[in-house]
Design a protein around this ligand. Structure first.
Ligand code: PLP
Length: 347
């Protein structure tokens, strides 16, 4: 009653498509092109990624989901008897149905704890120290997987990534980054794409795009040519080499052109900053320091229904915890209005 319109804060996956990306799809649909990535859009995407990430030997593989990017990228880094060290909040361990274990022929996800939903050099060091190296009864740590931003909206800085990479180097682990929301992290940190990834030690990146304005594509970005050579076969065997790949490549190329991805992410981050500033004035607890476009908030249990009744769309995680996520479509006016409704619902 009295609510004019709902405000979408459930997920950035609920958002629509950024107009320049839709335009790029339409443009790619005129005429024909060679299938399976042998087209000019995919060639242009390869150059674009090399340029944006300042890496001449980078390879990019469009895939339809973040889960596919994670599972395929990790399968190329981890032997079947290996384990992937990740934070206990990581999407790969909680929300991907064991996809990495499936595609990596049984590799194990080893979930570690750490403040702010982030791994620490200490937790990684302890995991390595407690491993029975060379014992076939024990999965052998082979990959460090970092999620940036994390599933709880916190961010690793390049220095923090560097410290984690230093902790695993003596044991020769490879480094994967789940960058489902990488653009939001880059904008928040204010660094270059290279600084947050390969210059800090990342070998393979899952580059998200769908949550931030694309229609139907994410990508695996490999900074290691040997891994890329394997991914050529792994993506095909998993059914991720689309015949009309040009439509994925066109989306990704538009996404990365002239900083569109960063502008879209900045809109989402700025809307979340407005919401977080409003929440700080209310009697609620922020579970983590929101650094990108996501906040987890503990509210009095009775307030959850009042927030819903106020026309706010969000996820109730149970136990009085709610999750708010902004997207490139969240306007400043939406964010200000959301705060007004939160204030009324929590009064
Ligand atoms: C951090 C993170 N990684 C990976 C994914 C997987 O993406 P998808 O749902 O496209 O498989 C998600 C999706 O929410 C995510 O939040």
């Amino acid at each position: 009653v009295g609510v004019e319109h709902t405000i979408e804060l459930r997920s950035d996956n609920a958002a629509g498509v950024a107009p320049p990306i839709l335009d790029a799809i339409v443009a790619a649909g005129a005429g024909s092109a060679l299938a399976y990535g042998g087209d000019e859009w995919t060639a242009r995407l390869g150059k674009r990624v090399a340029d944006v990430f300042e890496h001449p030997d980078v390879a990019v593989f469009p895939v339809v989901s973040g889960t596919a990017a994670n599972a395929l990228g990790l399968s190329a880094l981890c032997p079947p008897w290996g384990s992937v060290l990740c934070h206990e909040s990581a999407h790969i361990v909680n929300s991907e149905g064991g996809a990495t274990s499936l595609l990596a022929a049984g590799a194990v996800m080893r979930a570690l704890s750490g403040e702010a939903s982030k791994l620490t050099p200490e937790s990684v060091h302890d995991a390595l120290a407690s491993t029975r190296w060379g014992d076939p009864h024990h999965s052998q740590p082979s990959v460090l997987s970092l999620t940036c931003p994390t599933d709880h909206g916190t961010i690793y800085t390049p220095d923090e990534i560097g410290a984690l990479v230093a902790a695993i180097r003596p044991r020769g682990l490879r480094v994967h980054m789940d960058g489902a929301r990488l653009a939001n992290a880059i904008v928040a940190v204010g660094c270059s794409p290279a600084e947050l990834t390969w210059r800090a030690g990342v070998d393979v990146l899952s580059l998200g795009a769908t949550k931030n304005g694309a229609l139907s594509t994410d990508a695996i970005v490999s900074f290691d040519p040997a891994v890329a050579a394997e991914l050529v076969y792994r993506t095909k065997r998993a059914g991720h080499v689309a015949s009309k790949m040009r439509f994925q490549s066109a989306q990704l190329d538009a996404y990365l052109t002239d900083g569109l991805w960063l502008r879209l992410a900045a809109t989402a981050n700025e809307a979340m900053a407005i919401i977080v500033a409003g929440l700080r004035e209310l009697d609620v607890v922020l579970l983590e320091e929101p650094q990108a476009n996501m906040a987890f908030v503990r509210v009095p249990p009775a307030a959850v229904a009042r927030l819903e009744g106020a026309g706010l769309l969000f996820y109730a995680m149970g136990g009085g915890v709610v999750r708010f996520v902004t997207s490139f479509q969240t306007t400043t006016a939406d964010a200000v209005e959301a705060v007004r409704r939160m204030r009324a619902a929590l009064a």
